[in-house]
Design a protein around this ligand. Structure first.
Ligand SMILES: [Zn+2]
Length: 198
């Protein structure tokens, strides 16, 4: 790359560190941004800034939110007695499209993955346990239907059971190895309905 385009190169190098973006795509994006009008480029930069400045985590469920508690946790029409535990915010969003579910969520921000060095302390598991009070009657574990998701579900269920709260796992209607996030509402509704106790 020409020396005069050092800032384009810097941008491309930074974009290449985003997940799913290879070096070629990063270079293409950097040149695309270069061709934008100044207004468009500034708008994009502002959106990135806004996300960092305005969005944080709900201190109850760890959902991403512009308010604390988030709109789900502060909604009085939602059931307090049932919490659905998911790996990521996107999973909660998918489940929330299912009309049957009107409880609250708990976002773990990942799953147990010893090979990647992700242990219980890296997830919001302690925070989940501290949420369980007399109002909570059931915890539905809706981690993804793959090896790590299952291991995470078993681990959490062992911690919750002694607390005398019902712990269930969404049914296996979901294709193994699939991502909850991409499941359709009908499949998710069935998986929730057919949940089984640990
Ligand atoms: Zn919340």
């Amino acid at each position: 790359m020409f020396k005069s385009a050092a800032s384009v190169e810097r941008l491309a190098n930074r974009l290449a560190r985003l997940p799913g973006i290879g070096r070629k795509s990063a270079a293409r994006l950097a040149f695309h941004i270069l061709k934008m009008t100044k207004e468009e480029a500034v708008e994009l930069a502002d959106l990135i800034k806004d996300v960092k400045e305005k969005v944080g985590y709900c201190s109850v469920c760890y959902n991403i939110s512009e308010s604390d508690p988030c709109t789900v946790c502060s909604d009085p029409s939602r059931r307090r007695d049932i919490i659905c535990v998911v790996e990521e915010t996107s999973d909660a969003a998918a489940i929330d499209k299912v009309d049957e579910f009107n409880g609250r969520y708990h976002i773990l921000h990942g799953r147990l993955s010893p090979l990647d060095g992700i242990g219980p302390d890296d997830l919001k598991i302690r925070e989940l346990l501290s949420r369980i009070d007399d109002d909570v009657k059931e915890i539905i574990i809706a981690t993804n239907p793959n090896v790590e998701g299952e291991a995470t579900a078993v681990y959490i269920s062992k911690l919750i059971k002694p607390l005398g709260v019902r712990v269930s796992r969404i049914a296996r209607g979901l294709p193994v190895g699939s991502d909850l996030e991409f499941a359709d509402s009908v499949t998710l509704a069935r998986a929730l309905e057919g949940r089984q106790d640990f």
